[in-house]
Design a binder for this molecule. Structure first.
Ligand code: PMP
Length: 364
């Protein structure tokens, strides 16, 4: 296609998923469970649902273009200034702003592999060059990432905890890393799963937020806050950088339902606590079951688990699907023998284990 630049023509599509209803119709089932997308098994927070219902009658109005109340609420929640915050249509959108604002064509973005697939896609979509640095023992190798910096490097993305491994970067590693980087490099710390972390040695990017340091944190309401379908996330960083991202933002990028629900979700600390507890209990259950079966997995600080099957995960995925259990085969993450599942409700976790044992040939 001559109408598009090469870097657009060669973009890989994000691995598509079929609508759940369509899948169920094909399989002839109605009660499938989905542990494939790291969503919140409890659903949305009840306070968020009430805020949504209250807002319906005002849908003829445009959203607040400045996302005023949510940024005020986040400002109090995080202890940062409203001008250090930007909201987006999912945190993905903010990453897209970052690429468009800071990358010139041909400049480089460093991240890890395997890590979140969107990093490579968004880099390429912005005309940049993606430089993935392999994990070391399944953990981000921050020293190697810092060493990969060249004069053309503009952005380094650190996913903490990392999807799909659930591993974390500790404070000591962060400090060496930040000290090693030249000031021309913007550090992006993607904290999509930070709400699930209980390791006290894991700092959030907020600890490093300073007006004179080029570091931007990304957070989302899609995971612990249970609002993935509304598409809302935010970024925090020095206001001198956030101001450029804000200029790239279309005025109504965050819809009014998302704004209202996010404010309410931040007020629902009870829901957040319940979510964290459910996830911890779910992971503990999986650890025990997999230990008993001798199946290897990576202990996780997120709400999901990477599991080593020692055989092709596509087949296992297909067979689990026929039993109504939707999981993630990690083929597109270059991990063909791994699957990833998120912690679900106790009955979902049990149903997963039943199906898993059946498919892998363990006695029931
Ligand atoms: N970062 C990571 C590491 C993720 O796993 C995800 C969701 N899969 C996102 C960002 C995207 O979050 P959002 O829904 O806010 O775009």
């Amino acid at each position: 296609e001559t109408l598009v630049p090469d870097y657009i023509a060669t973009l890989a599509a994000y691995p598509p998923g079929k609508p759940l209803e369509e899948l169920e119709r094909e399989l002839g089932i109605t009660d499938s469970i989905k542990l494939a997308s790291n969503e919140n098994p409890l659903g949305p927070s009840p306070l968020a649902i009430r805020a949504l219902t209250d807002h319906i009658g005002r849908l003829h109005r445009y959203p607040d273009a400045n996302v005023y109340y949510l940024r005020q609420r986040l400002s109090r929640h995080l202890g940062v200034l409203p001008e250090q915050l930007i909201c987006g249509n999912g945190s993905d959108e903010i990453l897209e702003f970052i690429m468009r604002a800071f990358l010139r064509p041909g400049e480089e973005v460093i991240s890890a592999a395997p890590s979140f697939l969107m990093y490579g896609l968004l880099t390429q979509g912005a005309g940049g060059v993606f430089r993935p640095v392999p994990l070391k023992d399944f953990r981000l190798d921050l020293a190697a990432m810092a060493q990969a910096v060249t004069s053309r490097t503009r952005i380094i993305i650190v996913n903490n905890p990392n999807n799909p491994t659930g591993t974390v970067v500790h404070r000591a590693e962060w400090e060496d890393f930040l000290a090693a980087l030249p000031t021309q490099v913007i550090v992006v710390v993607d904290e999509a799963y930070i709400d699930f972390v209980d390791d006290p040695e894991v700092p959030t990017g907020l600890e490093y937020l300073r007006e004179d340091r080029p570091l931007i944190g990304l957070r989302t309401f899609s995971k612990a806050y249970g609002l993935a379908g509304l598409r809302i996330g935010y970024g925090y960083g020095p206001s001198r950088l956030i101001v450029y991202l804000d200029r790239l933002r279309s005025p109504f990028n965050v819809n009014s339902l998302a704004q209202a629900a996010a404010v309410a979700a931040l007020d629902d600390s009870e829901f957040l606590a319940r979510t964290r507890q459910l996830v911890k209990a779910g992971l503990a259950y999986f650890y025990e079951e997999f230990d008993r079966l001798g199946i290897r997995y990576l202990p996780s600080q997120a709400n999901f688990l990477l599991i080593h099957l020692g055989r092709d995960s596509r087949e296992v995925y297909e067979q689990m699907l026929r039993l109504g259990v939707i999981i993630r085969a990690m083929t597109s993450y270059q991990l063909p023998e791994f699957i990833r599942i998120n912690a679900g409700l106790p009955e979902e976790n049990q149903r997963f284990m039943q199906a898993f044992k059946k498919v892998l040939g363990f006695a029931a």
